[in-house]
Design a protein around this ligand. Structure first.
Ligand SMILES: Nc1ncnc2c1ncn2[C@@H]1O[C@H](COP(=O)(O)OP(=O)(O)OP(=O)(O)O)[C@@H](O)[C@H]1O
Ligand SMILES: [Mg+2]
Length: 297
């Protein structure tokens, strides 16, 4: 069965995109599902790469130009016959089922370079996004045959790379903290997700799924959750809500902040419980959704 593709995205920074990408991947690979999972890091901050590879292996990988920025530059600007699959490496734990395609800080520059390069060739922004998503789509095809799930961890904001990832995804997860500030941009971001498609003329609405993260037992969070659940039930809704709530937890923060980076991937059975629950809910959804429309009209 071809892998399901899941993007974890939100234009708001610090809401838990990377934490959820990595913990979800670990829960899918090491939890009861025993899935074979690939995390694709599309963020120049390279947090997921650092977490999954460990510092030494990531440094080597970047020095050998085996990160996604080098691949994109080689494939699009230099038109070299490169293969995305050559960048895939086992994660530092659960390396038989958990894999990573790393990023590097240089991705920021390469993304700009691609936009400049393609716009000088009279490609507008939509076409730039289509070039990138078509390339990723083609290159992921052989990888989809050998993985169960592919997870894109995306950067804050809405970059051309994020757009490309959204277009390829069966399922889009939008981590959100249920507070007023985090919710300000949620609707407009979810609208962006809903209509992302390479086949713009025939796009059908694809509603993203909000994951509530850093949830506290406070009145404000409770009220926001109620408001969001009400919005997610309307006929004209811009998002759905997953029922799993991820608590604000010092242990999650400790692991995600890198304090345990040299250890195993770090979530012990207790810390993993909520992500195993999330993984079950997400996989169940991913299995039910139809394939995205990725081909250009
Ligand atoms: N459930 C949680 N409980 C406590 N802390 C959390 C939780 N989830 C994430 N954090 C912390 O919040 C911070 C931001 O998390 P993370 O890096 O996953 O967010 P992000 O959305 O990927 O950020 P960016 O937009 O910079 O990519 C980190 O310090 C992480 O440790
Ligand atoms: Mg991140």
């Amino acid at each position: 069965m071809a892998a399901k593709i899941i993007s974890v995205a939100n234009m708001k920074g610090g809401v838990g995109k990377t934490t959820i990408s990595v913990a979800l991947a670990q829960a899918l690979a090491a939890g009861p599902r025993q899935a074979k999972v690939l995390v694709v890091d599309l963020d120049a901050q390279a947090n997921a790469s650092f977490w999954l590879c460990g510092q030494a292996a990531l440094t080597t990988q970047i020095e050998q130009s085996k990160a996604i920025d080098g691949f994109l530059e080689d494939a699009i600007v230099f038109e070299k016959p490169v293969a995305l699959g050559d960048l895939v490496r086992p994660a530092k734990a659960h390396g038989d089922r958990l894999f990573v395609l790393p990023s590097s800080p240089n991705l920021r520059l390469v993304e700009r370079e691609l936009i400049v390069y393609l716009s000088r060739r009279h490609r507008n922004l939509l076409e730039v996004e289509r070039v990138v998503s078509t390339l990723l789509d083609e290159q992921l095809a052989p990888l989809r045959a050998s993985f169960d799930v592919i997870i894109f961890d995306t950067a804050p904001g809405i970059s051309a790379l994020t757009e490309a990832a959204l277009r390829l995804s069966h399922l889009v997860l939008v981590p959100t903290v249920p507070d007023y500030v985090s919710n300000l941009g949620l609707l407009s971001f979810c609208r962006t997700v809903s209509w992302s498609s390479n086949d713009v003329a025939n796009a059908s609405k694809r509603t993203p799924w909000v994951v509530s993260n850093k949830v506290k037992a406070s009145k404000h969070h409770e009220q926001m959750l109620q408001q969001m659940r009400a919005e997610a039930q309307g006929a004209e809704r811009e998002f759905n809500m997953l029922s799993t709530l991820i608590p604000s937890s010092p242990r999650i923060d400790e692991v995600a902040s890198g304090l345990d980076m040299d250890g195993e991937l770090a979530f012990d059975a207790e810390g993993m419980e909520v992500f195993v629950k999330l993984a079950a809910e997400v996989l169940d959804l991913a299995e039910r959704v139809p394939a995205p429309q990725t081909r250009a009209a």
